[in-house]
Design a protein around this ligand. Structure first.
Ligand code: NAD
Length: 382
């Protein structure tokens, strides 16, 4: 991620320093970036001049001390709180008091990282999406102690970097990794239950994937997406969010995915996940039953919308930012709150209440805001 972020900054014309404690990784970043730029040049996506400027703008540093004059440092190192806190302490010995220290963490609290800082008001979250040069979304996360004046400044900078910034409260999973959880979790749950004629095994995964693409308009089905992200990564994110929400059953991880990780069926990168990528010609055909497909889509979509509505209710972010995050960060076909308006809050509520009644599980509790909106027949967008 670090080299992708460096490429973005350098492309926007900033003198950029890339540092990694492992010199081999630094060398690898250099080789990869040069390859990427040659490819872009070949495809005429950038000019020779632009490519040269990016290369000239990046300096590869062998020591942290070379970053003394930086105005902004984006940390994208190991996802470990004590390591990140240690790096903040080391950086504060080197940089000036005005330097902004940002973290690209996907799962740690910004407030907890800032807990180790001498000047906690300069710590902020800047969460890019992978690959950073291609994915436009950046979640900007102020911690409890972050100086509010930094917010417009950092937003302006992200716009200069041609990114789509959104503001998020320092809460587990921020916007995307919180609101998207049901796409995976509820789909696995449906598969585990094998309800409504859903076939067993890979045909079941393929049917759910087909339903979400065919009737939901999603670019990738949940199982193919989990296989692409990596089931190990996806499971860790789910487990982390669940633990940070004090084991809220809405976010409970699934045994199906845990077993896959234990068997090293990480997905595409390991050759097998939910699907087998070694014998791609044997990819299963879905069971194309329209009634079943629409029921699957309604259940997963209602859970997604409920999560987005709850995030508005709990002031995690604005409606506009939540919709922007899900469309720009994970390519959803539509913002979930816009979708709620179109489908009707009362219809979303009806799906959830049916589930809640049937299962008697907290997992299906509708957001208070969804209930209110259904009662008042109100909309997120006028
Ligand atoms: N990979 C993603 O899709 C993704 C997306 C968004 C955010 N993130 C976040 O970005 C950060 C990095 O993730 P990644 O996937 O690029 O990890 P990675 O393991 O590929 O890269 C981390 C790099 O940090 C270096 N490093 C470790 N400790 C260091 C230290 N003390 N000082 C300097 N360098 C050090 C390592 O040598 C390594 O090259 C994590 O916080 C992660 O949560 C990752």
């Amino acid at each position: 991620m670090g080299s992708g972020i460096a490429q973005v900054a350098a492309s926007a014309g900033h003198p950029t320093i890339l540092f990694d404690s492992n010199p081999a990784m630094l060398e690898k970043s250099k080789t990869e970036l040069n390859k990427t730029l040659s490819r872009l040049l070949e495809k005429s996506k950038i000019t020779k001049e632009e490519s040269d400027t990016i290369i000239q703008n990046i300096r590869y540093a062998n020591s942290m001390s070379e970053m003394g004059s930086c105005k902004l440092i984006v940390e994208a190192i190991l996802e470990d709180l004590s390591v990140k806190q240690q790096v903040v302490k080391e950086l504060e010995e080197i940089v000036g008091d005005e330097c902004i220290l940002a973290s690209n963490t996907s799962s740690l609290s910004i407030t907890s990282i800032a807990g180790a800082a001498r000047i906690p008001s300069r710590i902020i979250g800047l969460h890019f999406f992978n690959p950073a040069p291609l994915m436009p979304l950046v979640e900007i996360i102020p911690g409890l102690a972050t100086n509010p004046d930094l917010l417009p400044e950092v937003k302006r900078l992200m716009l200069d970097w041609k990114k789509s910034p959104v503001f998020v409260k320092d809460t587990p999973g921020f916007i995307v990794n919180r609101v998207a959880r049901p796409y995976y979790g509820e789909s696995i749950r449906i598969y585990e239950e094998r309800w409504n004629d859903l076939p067993e095994g890979p045909t079941g995964f393929a049917t759910i994937d087909w339903a979400m693409k065919e009737f939901g308009g999603f670019r990738m089905g949940p199982f193919e997406l989990m296989d692409m992200i990596g089931n190990d990564i996806n499971f860790t994110v789910t487990e982390t969010v669940w633990k940070q929400f004090f084991h809220d059953p809405k976010f409970k991880p699934s045994l199906t995915q845990k077993r896959l990780v234990e068997a090293k069926r990480f997905g595409k990168k390991s050759g097998q996940g939910y699907y087998n990528y070694i014998q791609e010609d044997k990819f299963p055909e879905p069971f194309r039953n329209e009634h079943l497909g629409k029921k699957i889509k309604d259940r997963v979509l209602a859970m997604l919308i409920n999560e987005a509505v709850d995030a508005v209710y709990l002031n995690v972010a604005s409606c506009e930012d939540i919709d922007l995050a899900m469309t720009k960060g994970v390519n959803y076909p539509k913002g979930l709150l816009k979708w709620c308006d179109e489908w009707g809050a009362s219809n979303v509520l009806a799906v959830l209440e049916d589930l809640h009644r049937e299962y008697s599980e907290e997992r299906y509790r509708p957001s208070v805001l969804l209930r209110r909106m259904a009662k008042e027949k109100s909309l997120f967008y006028q």
